[in-house]
Design a protein around this ligand. Sequence first.
Ligand code: ADP
Length: 165
Amino acid sequence: MDVTAVYPGTFDPITHGHADVADRASRMFHRVIISVAANPAKQPFFSLEERVSFAEAVFAGSPNVEVRSFDSLLVDYAREQGAGAILRGLRAVSDFEFEVQLSGMNRRLAPEIETVFISAAQEYGFVSSSLVREIACLGGDITEFVSPAVKEALDARFRASKNHE
Ligand code: ADP
């Protein structure tokens, strides 16, 4: 079956945890669309363009993984993309409650689209964008958790803000 999966998220910024989930999905689905949500309510640290370009760089060599952005209702966007599945990642039990609620709501809104959960490899189970930003802000090493471009951008942003202090 040629099923397209959309993988929505804020990706602020994309981590190896996100990438591992998308990579696993790319072996199960015909096409995976990493779908970067504009998400202004979350006041993202990186701009939408930056978040998209970080993800594009990570998946430049993966022919069936695309990166797009969206700012509409997820199920409307997923339908526009012809997706049969919404992909979400699970880390700890703490993700579970919200993710199940979200998938229940999305099923109500779009019964024909199935939410599929994938857990990342164990070594990324504790990685989140917010923790990575926090570690970088405090001068910690984030090399193991993000791509070189993301590391460079985070380090540069925090260096610049320190110089302004
Ligand atoms: P959102 O704002 O939609 O939660 P995120 O970018 O934080 O966006 O996360 C997108 C999806 O990726 C979520 O389903 C989240 O649980 C999942 N995810 C994030 N980090 C990891 C990780 N390290 N391992 C597995 N899934 C992850």
